[in-house]
Design a protein. Structure first.
Length: 170
């Protein structure tokens, strides 16, 4: 006289009406990973910050945003790089967006490069768009490229025209 009870299972209790309705119900399709995607996009993660008392010796590579307030001796690659007023970077910068408020000694490559009035840059800048505020100190060359991140930033070498042999065929 004992049967398995559905007391501990969530949802409505099984009755003869529910059993008949369940028998007539259509099967539920399997859920895919897309069904579990959040309806709202996730918040953008905060930028990584290297504080003013921090000195890093080595290269940094990220797909996120970075704010440097201390000293970096090495190359850095990021999506958005902000160099704080008291910061110093000695190395190459490669980023989609670069905002320099502090000091950079080395090459800067970016789609958008902005030197604020407190910036001090010693090195070449390869960019798609650039803005230099009044008061910024800059020593180096500026070169515009459609894709400053794609080819390593090296200027394209000009190939000499092929030599012609005037004596051939004569």
């Amino acid at each position: 006289m004992f049967s398995k009870s559905k007391i501990h299972e969530p949802g409505p209790k099984a009755t003869t009406e529910n059993k008949d309705a369940a028998a007539e119900a259509k099967p539920v399709p399997a859920r895919t990973g897309a069904d579990f995607m959040p309806s709202t996009p996730r918040a953008k993660p905060a930028a990584s910050v290297l504080s003013s008392d921090l000195t890093v010796v080595g290269n940094i590579k990220t797909t996120g945003d970075v704010q440097i307030e201390g000293t970096l001796e090495g190359d850095i690659r990021a999506h958005l790089l902000t160099v704080g007023e008291g910061a110093t970077i000695r190395g190459e910068i490669v980023a989609d967006d670069v905002v320099v408020n502090g000091r950079v000694v080395g090459r800067v490559r970016g789609l958008k490069v902005r030197l604020t009035s407190t910036a001090k840059v010693e090195g070449d800048i390869i960019h798609k768009t650039i803005a230099i505020e009044s008061g910024a100190h800059f020593e180096g060359s500026v070169q515009r490229q459609d894709d400053p991140l794609g080819n390593g930033g090296a200027p394209r070498a000009l190939t000499p025209p092929p030599a012609t042999d005037d004596k051939a065929g004569a």
